[in-house]
Write a protein that binds this ligand. Structure first.
Ligand code: PRE
Length: 260
């Protein structure tokens, strides 16, 4: 059936009516996004971004993404809604205070590039690095840049030993919205220099070194592990603030991913 024949049908909505409805929704969405930009202009005036050099607020972002995931239903895949808001939020973060995202390319550069663009859209510049260690150094040497490193169970080096203190820390874990057939599900961590009280510590992250026989509590998750000359170094995540071992060094925290 061609469009003009469909247009003349009585009873049900015509194609023209439905398209006018889509145009109305698109216009409202566009106007709301522009209105959001004006609100961000007001936020810039009162937010003390200069203190850390970064407008990134992981705790706030986790709350927002959880509400989107909880509210979501219907034909649009939740990952599409997530990507749209990730692009909006990352772009407005960049508008407030420009930053680059340093991405570990490693053995699957395409997957990491997809993950990066899914989370920050196309306004945030990316810088590729061969190893996680180089990402950590690039973030350490920047004012407000972020880093994206893959969670690799057996990495080449214990890059997490350079995190913590006044240096870069783990700030988020990806994927955050766990959904079937998610198009950007590569496991990764976001790192940034300290953000004051804007960080999240629902799950705390630790660097733990031992000689190979230290057992961790049942609720601890080993994200990565490297053993060299009988010294084992692990990157460990654990709910709450309690260290998983007496000598554990705090290296950040993240909001618990949400499943739908
Ligand atoms: O709420 C803030 O502090 C903002 O800067 C706004 C905003 C957003 O666009 O919603 C942007 C960056 C932050 O990471 C969190 C949220």
């Amino acid at each position: 059936m061609n469009d003009s024949l469909q247009e003349t049908l009585g009873g049900q909505d015509t194609l023209g009516e439905i398209r006018r409805e889509i145009d109305r929704i698109d216009e409202a969405m566009h106007r709301l996004l522009m209105e959001r930009g004006a609100v961000i202009d007001r936020l810039v005036e009162i937010k003390r971004t200069a203190e850390t050099g970064s407008a990134f607020r992981p705790k706030r972002e986790a709350d927002m993404m959880r509400r989107i995931a909880a509210r979501h239903h219907g034909r649009l895949p939740v990952a599409t809604a997530e990507h749209l808001w990730r692009t909006i939020i990352a772009t407005f973060t960049h508008v407030q205070s420009p930053f680059a995202l340093h991405v570990e390319q490693g053995s699957d550069a395409l997957a990491m590039h997809d993950l990066a663009r899914f989370h920050v859209g196309f306004d945030v510049p990316l810088a590729g690095h061969a190893t996680a260690g180089r990402v950590v150094r690039a973030v350490a040497g920047s004012t407000g840049d972020l880093g994206l490193v893959r969670i690799d169970a057996e990495p080449a080096a214990a890059w997490w030993e350079d995190l913590g203190g006044a240096g870069p820390q783990v700030m988020a874990r990806l994927p955050f919205v766990i959904a079937p057939s998610h198009p950007a599900a590569t496991p990764a961590l976001v790192i940034a220099r300290p953000l004051g009280d804007a960080g999240v510590s629902e799950i705390s992250v630790w660097s733990v070194a031992d000689d190979g026989d230290l057992a961790l509590p049942d609720d601890a998750e080993t994200l990565a592990s490297v053993t060299r000359n009988a010294r084992r170094s692990r990157l460990v995540a654990r709910p709450g603030a309690e260290p998983p071992a007496p000598n554990a060094v705090p290296v950040g925290g993240y909001a618990a991913p949400t499943a739908i």
